[in-house]
Design a protein around this ligand. Structure first.
Ligand SMILES: Cc1ncc(COP(=O)(O)O)c(C=O)c1O
Length: 503
C-alpha cells in the first residue's frame, strides 16, 4: 500500500480533521504572526492530542483487522512512528529554536516601548484615586502631592522631595533658587537631552560643554578636570572663572540612560574648585552608586540637589508632565518650595521671582501608586538587559556592536543600572535603524547631535571635533526596545534582526 494512502487510513476521520486543524493553525501562526511560544504550544498539544487519537484509531482498526494480523502489525508500527515523529519534531523544535528563531521572528512587531501592560495592572487603583481627587476638586499641590513627596523622599533616601511640574522645571527651579544667572557659567555634558543645557541658557548663564566617557556616555571626570585645568582660572577672590570671564558656578552631571555618573571624582573636583553639583537624574530614578565616603547612594542624592523627570516614558512615569527635586538641606528645600510657587511666601507676598512649577494632584496620585513597583520594574529591565547580552553573545555579535557597560555591577548594588534605555553602538547605526524599521522593530537615536552643535548654541562657537566622544556617540548609538514586559520572544526578534543585518 502506498505510504500516503496508509497514512490516510491510519488517521481515521477524527484524526484527519484534527490534523487539518492542527496544520492550518500552524500555517496561520507562522505566516501571520510567527509567535514561537504559540508554535511550541501547538506542536506540543498536537503531539499530545494525536497520540490517544492514533491509539484509539489503532484499537478500532485492530478489531476490524483481526484476521489480517501482518497488516495490523505494520499499521501499528506506522502509527507509533507517526506519533513519535510529532514528539521528535517538538523536541528538536526546542533545540533548534535558537538557530531558527531569527528567521521566523523577523516578522514580529516589537515596539520600542509599550506602557499598556503597566497601566492595565494599575488601572483600578489609579481610577479610584482620580475619582477621589475629582470629588474633592483639590487639583494643585495639597495632600496628595505631599503624600507622594514623603514616599519619594523615603524611597530615594533624601530628607526632602519637592514635586514640580516637569524635569525641566525641576532643574530650572534648582538653578533659580541657587541664584545662577547672567554672567555665570555652568559645566555640563554635551551628550544629553536638550533640557539640561536649555535651562542653563534660559537663566542667562552659559553652558560649558564637556565631553563624555565613551564607555558610559556620562560626563567624563577626566574631561572635566582637563576643562577646568585648561580653560579656567581663579580670580582674586579665589573663585573659578572661565576663559571668557564668567564665574563658573556649578557642574551638572547627567545620569544618562539609567546609569549613575562616576560621582566620587566629580564631587571631588567640584569641592576643590568651589563649585556646586546639581544632578540631572531625570533618567535615573533609583539608580545606585557606591560612594567612597557615604556608602551606596541613589541618583539625585549625591550633591546639593537632584532633579527627576516623570515624563510618561520614564521608569517612573506620570500621566503627563511631572518632575521632582530631592535634597537634604532644610533651608534649600524651603527655597525650592518657594520658587515653585512664584517665589511666594506667605500667600501673595513675593520676595523673589520664581515660577509656576507646581505638581498637580492627579499626577502625584499616579506616581504614588506606581512608586512601590519601581524596584520591581527596574529589576525586570535589568533582566531584559541580561537577556540581550546573552543573546548577542550567543549570536557572536559582541565584536560587531558595543553593548552597555555596567561599571558598578561588581559592587553588588541591586540597582547598579536601571536601564531607562538599552543603548548599543555601531558605526552602521543609521542603516541598522532603517533595517529594524523595515521589520517593524522600534529603535531610537538618543541623541543625534551633541548640545554643543545645536543651532541655538551656535553663538558659543563650538566646532565639529571639539567634543569627539560626544560626536561619535551621536553618530553611533541606537536605543533598542526595553520595558519590563518585553518578552524573550520579542528580544529574539530584535537580536535576530540585528544578526541578519550584520551577517
Ligand atoms: C536628561 C534629561 N534631563 C531633563 C529632562 C527633562 O524632563 P522633562 O521632560 O520632564 O521636562 C529629560 C527628559 O527627558 C532628560 O532626559
Amino acid at each position: 500500500m502506498p505510504l500516503v494512502r496508509r497514512e490516510r487510513e491510519l488517521f481515521a476521520p477524527a484524526a484527519d480533521d484534527l490534523r487539518i486543524r492542527f496544520f492550518f493553525l500552524l500555517g496561520v501562526n507562522l505566516l501571520v504572526h510567527p509567535n514561537l511560544d504559540a508554535l511550541s504550544f501547538l506542536l506540543e498539544s498536537g503531539a499530545e492530542i494525536a497520540r490517544p487519537v492514533l491509539e484509539k484509531d489503532e484499537e478500532t482498526k485492530g478489531e476490524k483487522d483481526e484476521q489480517n494480523r501482518p497488516e495490523k502489525r505494520a499499521d501499528e508500527s506506522h502509527a507509533a512512528t507517526l506519533a513519535d515523529r510529532l514528539w521528535t519534531v517538538n523536541a528538536s523544535f526546542r533545540s533548534v529554536r535558537q538557530r531558527v528563531a531569527p528567521m521566523l521572528r523577523c516578522r514580529m512587531r516589537v515596539p520600542l516601548l509599550d506602557l499598556s501592560a503597566q497601566y492595565e495592572r494599575l488601572a483600578d487603583p489609579i481610577r479610584r484615586e482620580f475619582d477621589e481627587i475629582l470629588r474633592t476638586q483639590s487639583f494643585i499641590l495639597g495632600p496628595k502631592v505631599e503624600e507622594f513627596e514623603r514616599a519619594l523622599a523615603e524611597h530615594c533616601g533624601a530628607r526632602h522631595a519637592i514635586g514640580v511640574s516637569s524635569g525641566t522645571d525641576a532643574q530650572l527651579a534648582i538653578m533659580m533658587a541657587l541664584g545662577i544667572g547672567a554672567g555665570d557659567a555652568v559645566i555640563t555634558s554635551a551628550y544629553t537631552f536638550f533640557a539640561t543645557g536649555g535651562c542653563i541658557a534660559r537663566l542667562g548663564a552659559t553652558p560649558r560643554f564637556v565631553d563624555i566617557d565613551p564607555a558610559t556616555f556620562n560626563l567624563s571626570p577626566v574631561a572635566l578636570e582637563e576643562f577646568i585645568g585648561r580653560r579656567c582660572r581663579r580670580n582674586r577672590d579665589g573663585r573659578l572663572i572661565d576663559d571668557e570671564g564668567r564665574i563658573v558656578r556649578a557642574i551638572v552631571p547627567v545620569h544618562l540612560f539609567g546609569l549613575c555618573c562616576d560621582m566620587d571624582p566629580i564631587n571631588q573636583i567640584a569641592a576643590q574648585n568651589g563649585l556646586t553639583v546639581i544632578e540631572d537624574a531625570a533618567q535615573a530614578i533609583g539608580a545606585e552608586y557606591p560612594t567612597a565616603a557615604r556608602g551606596v547612594r541613589q541618583a539625585g542624592t549625591m550633591s546639593a540637589a537632584g532633579s527627576f523627570s516623570f515624563y510618561p516614558s520614564k521608569n517612573l512615569g506620570a500621566a503627563g508632565d511631572a518632575g521632582a527635586i530631592v535634597c537634604d538641606d532644610d533651608a534649600l528645600a524651603e527655597r525650592f518650595r518657594i520658587f515653585r510657587q512664584h517665589g511666594m511666601e506667605p500667600r501673595y507676598f513675593h520676595h523673589v521671582v520664581g515660577g509656576n512649577f507646581r505638581l498637580d494632584a492627579l499626577q502625584a496620585a499616579v506616581l504614588w501608586i506606581k512608586l512601590p513597583y519601581l524596584n520591581e520594574w527596574s529589576t525586570a529591565r535589568r533582566g531584559v538587559a541580561d537577556f540581550y547580552r546573552e543573546q548577542f553573545e550567543h549570536a557572536g555579535l559582541t565584536n560587531r556592536i558595543a553593548l552597555p557597560t555596567e561599571p558598578y555591577r561588581a559592587s553588588g548594588l541591586m540597582n547598579h543600572h536601571i536601564y531607562h534605555q538599552y543603548v548599543i553602538r555601531t558605526p552602521q547605526r543609521d542603516d541598522l535603524q532603517k533595517h529594524l524599521a523595515a521589520r517593524e522593530i522600534g529603535s531610537a537615536v538618543y541623541y543625534p547631535l551633541g548640545l554643543h552643535q545645536q543651532k541655538c548654541f551656535a553663538a558659543l562657537g563650538y566646532r565639529a571635533g571639539d567634543l569627539p566622544e560626544t560626536e561619535r556617540a551621536a553618530r553611533e548609538t541606537l536605543a533598542l526596545p526595553i520595558f519590563p514586559e518585553l518578552t524573550h520572544e520579542m528580544q529574539h526578534a530584535v537580536v535576530g534582526a540585528i544578526a541578519d543585518f550584520l551577517k
